[in-house]
Design a protein around this ligand. Structure first.
Ligand code: SF4
Length: 363
């Protein structure tokens, strides 16, 4: 069992593991939705010490991994336009489209800059007024407020050489779609705290009720993840899907209302494609008509086309909880962190990347 490697000071919570063992009486399947939580779980070797009857599967909680190749193609098409600077997170650089990636077009001369936040992309627009800076807004609902703020700030300042490719995805509709598959047999969902801070908790409560699921929100520390799993198993054992509102108390109702008002000024939800899951009603944000000058998709008249991927990759099964990286014949052979084939190995939060980094030596 790892002591956490690079974290150094974290104590492994043996008592919580013991408590979990005492609670799991029969086989249960639980989805850990968030890629960061899956990474922590593997980093600490929790997968080796969890009760045998508790099967953990990963979910669609890696925003880069769920991006279909056709969407990457749209980023590339825009990035190849004259006078465009693409501002993107590092994770997205190497994700393959049907042929190219943002990194490969950068090597051919396109202007692609790595930024950590949309406001940095806006700074680039101020710095280079003769260019159009296009921010690749990839993320889940937790990333949406920063993107909305950058658009509203650009509008306030009258900056017109800045725009955004809206690729924000909303997790509750995708989970709803996955849970409709009776073969999943998932009894509980562990969701991450940063999603809860934006989304109305009722969305998760409703999801849990409709699919007869236990559900808990947890942070990213190992002890928080274990407490979340304990809450889920307790809910299932007690026959209550929602016990003591496990979603409450992280973000105040007032804070959420302010954030949601800002989001509704900028975005509205539409049907959106997810890699591995397909098209889901109301699962992605697009920019409102009155702010369309900040919508790169409209400005450059591109569309998110469906396309055949040239790569052979099992990411679709993995992000929908139907398989693990070790089921993929390429894992650790032709697909490694140095030579990633699919987005689940490229992205830091990617499930294959976490498996490769933390478990490959002991498989
Ligand atoms: Fe795709 Fe590589 Fe993961 Fe296989 S190991 S599913 S090829 S990312």
């Amino acid at each position: 069992m790892s002591d956490g490697g690079d974290s150094g000071h974290t104590q492994f919570p043996h008592e919580l593991v013991k408590e979990l063992h005492s609670l799991v009486e029969r086989p249960l399947r639980v989805m850990v939705v968030c890629g960061t939580q899956t990474r922590t779980l593997l980093k600490y070797g929790l997968d080796e010490v969890l009760p045998e009857n508790l099967e953990i599967v990963s979910g669609p909680g890696c925003s880069v991994c769920v991006m279909p190749a056709g969407h990457i193609d749209a980023f590339i098409k825009i990035g190849l336009q004259p006078d465009v600077i693409t501002a993107t997170c590092e994770d997205l650089l190497r994700v393959p489209g049907s042929r190219d990636s943002l990194e490969s077009i950068r090597q051919k001369g396109a202007l692609v800059e790595v930024v950590d936040a949309p406001m940095e992309a806006l700074d680039l627009a101020r710095k280079y007024p003769d260019k159009i800076v296009v921010f690749t807004a990839v993320g889940f609902e937790g990333a949406a407020p920063d993107v909305a703020e950058s658009i509203l700030e650009a509008a306030r300042e009258g900056i017109t050489n800045f725009c955004v490719i809206p690729s924000i995805r909303l997790l509750p509709p995708s989970l709803d779609s996955l849970m409709k598959d009776p073969n999943q047999n998932i009894r509980g969902l562990l969701c991450s705290a940063h999603i809860e801070s934006i989304t109305d908790t009722e969305a998760y409560a409703d999801l849990a009720r409709r699919h007869h699921l236990a559900c808990a929100v947890a942070g990213f520390e190992i002890s928080e993840i274990l407490r979340g799993l304990i809450s889920i198993v307790s809910q299932i054992q007690d026959g209550h899907q929602i016990k003591n509102n496990p979603f409450a108390g992280i973000t105040s109702r007032e804070e959420k209302a302010v954030t949601q008002k800002m989001l509704s000024e900028v975005f509205f939800a539409v049907e959106t494609d997810w890699r591995g899951i397909g098209s889901i009603e109301g699962s992605g944000f697009v920019i409102r008509e009155e702010l369309s000058i900040y919508d790169a998709v409209k400005r450059f008249n591109v569309r998110f086309a469906e396309c055949e991927e040239e790569i052979q990759c099992n990411c679709a099964e993995i992000i929908s909880g139907k398989g693990t990286p070790t089921d993929c014949p390429a894992f650790g052979i032709s697909c490694t962190s140095r030579h990633p084939v699919g987005p689940c190995m490229v992205a830091q939060e990617g499930i294959c990347a976490s498996y490769f980094r933390y478990t490959f030596g002991r498989l």
